[in-house]
Design a protein around this ligand. Structure first.
Ligand code: ADP
Length: 270
């Protein structure tokens, strides 16, 4: 009888533990949803007044110029620059919140690779201005099309290219695009290489973490530490990945590998 009682007690204990576990799990799911919703709402709430601030800065700039108050322009420019930086931070946080909140809507569209690379070149050119940096683009002939989410692809490439320019004081930034094959799977490899400050080998694994910045903030590079985290998530959603190779003081290369994909018979309308 004593053994029976002991067994009953153990069984009750186990059942209670199971209940506790189920409750904790449900609470974790609710908390995660609340967090995502909070982040998304916060993003919207922050963007609205920020856009008003940026609009006012633009108006002030015009008024100051018209009234011959040129001495005000540097301060107005600081308002504008800081505001824009904040917009970029908010966009990153919103992207992350959307990614965490569930499976994002992916488009599948057929894009010609070489023109897309040329578009990226045009987008990065303004960032090169005033820096002693050579720009090089190497496109393998006959790259053809890729079927993917073009907006996300552009966002990843722009992030890699902006980083390459940001972390390179002199030398060269290069975008090389080539076709690759693994078994019967075809890929397009977009390689962004620079001759910049590089990354210590022991820090490479930290690069893709949320909010991780490998270089001392005192260097004044700015940024959020979210770009690569978001880019890798996007790359994986598109069936590919980003790999990095770097040497401290010599430069880095980030390669985005994406499956070429099957061309869609009809573009999805969404
Ligand atoms: P952010 O650029 O906003 O700081 P990222 O997620 O894009 O955020 O990059 C994270 C960190 O990785 C950067 O802060 C920097 O320390 C390092 N990093 C990224 N790209 C490069 C690069 N091309 N060269 C050297 N370091 C880089």
């Amino acid at each position: 009888a004593a053994v029976r009682l002991e067994l009953d007690r153990r069984e009750r204990e186990l059942a209670e533990q199971r209940d506790d576990l189920a409750r904790a799990r449900a609470e974790a799911v609710t908390a995660a949803r609340a967090k995502d919703l909070f982040l998304a709402n916060m993003g919207h709430e922050l963007r609205t007044p920020l856009n008003a601030i940026l609009g006012c800065a633009e108006m002030l700039r015009e008024e100051a110029t018209a009234a011959g108050l040129g001495q005000l322009l540097p301060d107005i420019q600081t308002v504008d620059r800081s505001g824009r930086h904040l917009v970029a931070v908010i966009e990153d946080i919103l992207d992350l919140a959307r990614l965490e909140a569930g499976v994002p809507q992916l488009r599948r569209e057929s894009v010609a690779v070489a023109p897309l690379a040329e578009e990226m070149e045009a987008a990065v050119r303004p960032q090169l201005r005033g820096k002693p940096l050579r720009w090089r683009m190497v496109l393998e002939p006959g790259l053809g099309d890729i079927t993917t989410d073009a907006t996300k692809l552009r966002q990843i490439l722009l992030n890699l290219l902006s980083n390459a320019v940001k972390f390179t004081a002199r030398g060269e930034v290069e975008l090389a695009v080539r076709a690759a094959r693994e078994g019967d799977r075809e890929f397009i490899a977009f390689c962004v290489a620079d001759t910049g400050i590089g990354i210590d080998a022991d820090k490479l694994s930290l690069l893709f973490r949320d909010f991780s910045q490998v270089h001392d903030a005192r260097h004044g590079f700015g940024g959020t530490g979210l770009g690569l985290a978001i880019s890798r998530r996007f790359a994986r959603l598109l069936g590919g990945d980003i790999v990095v190779d770097s040497e401290s003081g010599r430069g880095s290369s980030f390669t985005l590998l994406l499956p070429r994909g099957e061309p869609t018979a009809e573009p999805r309308r969404d």
